[in-house]
Design a protein around this ligand. Structure first.
Ligand SMILES: [Zn+2]
Length: 609
């Protein structure tokens, strides 16, 4: 807030000179003061433009202050303005738009010898099976190449492995300081060699874990150069790609809103045991990591910065980075009204931030064989509305645009993947869910663009209302043949699957299978949940076509059943992915960027199916 300007009045109406002064202020604080003791009695704190727009209401407030003043002789009424700056002055968000870290390490591949590599940090990836059970005769190694490397490093690997009781388990690592060519040397566990597929059945690849461990160690030991090697076999292309993703995501920390950010000092990372064609694998990994980073950046950005307008600007940055294949359309509230999007507009009704229907289109070069859609929930802040979030979670609710962040992250990844044969419509109906006199009330009936009516029995179940109209748009205006919606939709899904696994709901076996494949490639965990029709009973309304929430039990399922009402499932293949759990991981530093890679992989695969 700027300086406080006192505007004194004893007149019971909003007279012209006072009005003119208040026009220049962004906030108005009304109070009256007792002259004998100087006590202030606060009356109202109002944002100036909306206060002045309702001049009769403002006058009546001043009248009530004046009445108090007359009633108690010797009182003076003050209208204190919080700033003399014009209320219209707005921060230029484009200056603050940050979608990626300011610097990332350069990743390269060479066939250098790890034993003679010079630099800050050397990490050796070791499979469990390369270590022998007994550290007696023959040493700790069950692998001659590893024993040779240990020899050229003066036995430091043996020392590390024995001291830390290192067994090569995936996720384990240990580093030590050295006076040799490398200042720090460490070992990173890759698990069992037989299980070390580049694309594992469940979760993150051991090579991605390797990359993350190296990035974390480089940060911890303030290393600006690092090199890695896996003894035994050259890394496959997919392994190099996964390693790159891990290395670029592993050093992540949400520090950009701190006055003294501490970015990782890692500048260069050399993969010493890559096979041929590593450069294109590294490039693919970089493209994927950029998608996840964009998602993380958007999710961690607080709601006072990441508004629907901010999301639209992020979409513009993506579109401008690949203008030959991307197109952006930002649809304003008026146009949404014309299309009858009553559910979406009901949610945004009282927000001061204008809602935006953001529509990015990826069109491949060459023939389009299939048209698909990715629809993300983009509620940039969810207060719950009149069903206010009174539990502990309200301070987290900037993350309620995690679905939008996932689809925009997927779009970012598509800028480098550029898959043939598939046109991808990326949509988010972005808005806030706030409280004010114009806000949607419990019991209100809204009509969606597809004509169906909804009795809003809970204003905190707003995401599905925005998705209902966005799904309609994807089908009617974009002509999608298959569509995935992704949303931080229900606490019930978090209860069911925890914060590592997303829930997938679909009536289509083909969609379930294609999403499962995509999630494996992405290293993200998803689990199919049932669409139990009998639970629809809970959603029946005596007055409208449906309610927007059922009971507490099976809440993730009834949410999916609700969304199904807005999809023509006879014509369009559809799946709903609830990422309320995995979108945020406090232990891993907050925003995860979950979903971006699964969606990008899924969309890319549709061109060949
Ligand atoms: Zn909500």
């Amino acid at each position: 807030m700027g300086s406080l300007a006192k505007v004194s009045t004893t007149r019971p109406v909003l007279h012209a000179p006072l009005l003119n002064r208040l026009r220049l202020c962004s906030w108005v604080f009304l109070s009256y003061r007792e002259s004998h003791n100087g006590n202030h009695h606060p009356k109202a704190l109002l944002r100036s433009p909306s206060f002045l727009a309702a001049t009769p209401a403002a006058s009546s407030l001043i009248r009530s202050c004046s009445r108090a003043s007359r009633h108690n002789r010797g009182l003076t009424v003050f209208a204190m303005a919080a700033s003399d700056e014009p209320a219209a002055k707005k921060v230029d968000l484009s200056k603050e738009l940050a979608l990626f870290p300011e610097s990332s390490p350069q990743i390269s591949a060479s066939s250098g010898d790890p034993g003679s590599w010079k630099g800050d940090l050397l990490a050796i990836g070791i499979f469990e099976d390369c270590l022998s059970d007994k550290s007696g005769e023959g040493g700790v190694f069950g692998n001659a190449e590893l024993a040779d490397l240990d020899g050229s490093l003066d036995g430091i690997l043996t020392e590390l492995i024995e001291k830390a009781e290192f067994k090569g388990k995936q996720g384990s690592s240990t580093f030590t300081r050295l006076k040799g060519n490398a200042h720090y040397v460490g070992v990173v566990g890759l698990g069992k060699k037989s299980a070390a597929a580049s694309v594992p059945d469940w979760g993150v690849s051991c090579y991605q874990g390797f990359g993350s461990a190296v990035a974390a160690a480089a940060k911890q030991h303030k290393s600006s150069s690092a090199a890695v090697a896996v003894v035994g076999a050259p890394l496959s292309e997919v392994a190099v790609e996964k390693f790159t993703v891990g290395a670029l995501l592993g050093g992540y920390e949400a520090h950009r809103f701190k006055s003294k950010p501490a970015p990782s000092p890692l500048k260069s990372l050399d993969i010493l045991s890559a096979g041929s064609d590593a450069a294109s694998a590294i490039a693919r990994g970089q493209g994927a990591a950029k998608g996840v980073l964009l998602s993380r950046y958007l999710v961690e950005t607080p709601a006072n910065i990441c508004t629907p307008t901010y999301l639209a600007k992020a979409a513009a940055v993506i579109a401008e980075s690949a203008p030959d294949v991307f197109q952006l359309e930002v649809i304003e509230e008026d146009a949404c009204k014309e299309m009858g999007m009553g559910c979406f507009l009901g949610v945004t009704a009282c927000s001061e931030e204008p809602a935006k229907l953001i529509h990015l289109t990826y069109t491949p070069k060459g023939e389009v064989k299939k048209v698909v859609g990715l629809v993300g929930k983009g509620v940039t802040f969810d207060s719950g509305g009149y069903n206010l979030k009174v539990g502990g979670m309200i301070d987290m609710m900037k993350f309620d645009m995690g679905g939008a962040a996932a689809v925009l992250g997927a779009a970012q990844a598509l800028t480098s993947l550029q898959p043939p044969g598939v046109q991808v419509h990326i949509l988010t109906a972005a808005c806030e869910n706030m409280i004010d006199g114009k806000g949607m009330r419990p019991g209100d009936i809204l009509q969606a663009a597809n004509g169906k009516t909804v009795e809003v029995n809970n204003t905190d179940a707003e995401g599905r209302l925005t998705l209902a109209d966005a799904l309609w748009f994807a089908q009617e205006k974009c002509g999608v043949e298959a569509v995935v919606d992704v949303a931080t939709l229900t606490g019930a899904c978090m209860v069911a699957l925890g914060n590592q696994v997303a829930g997938v709901f679909t009536p289509s076996e083909a969609m379930a299978a294609s999403l499962k494949d995509a999630s494996k490639n992405a290293g993200e965990k998803i689990w199919r949940m049932p669409m139990e029709d009998s639970y629809w009973e809970q959603m029946k309304s005596p007055i409208a076509d449906m309610k927007n929430t059922g009971g507490r039990m099976g809440g993730a399922i009834t949410a999916a059943l609700f969304l199904r009402e807005f999809v023509n499932i006879d014509k369009v293949e559809w799946a709903h992915v609830d990422i309320a759990g995995p979108a945020w991981d406090e232990k891993a530093g907050g925003a995860t960027g979950f979903g971006a890679l699964t969606l990008a992989e899924w969309a890319a695969a549709q061109g060949s199916s």
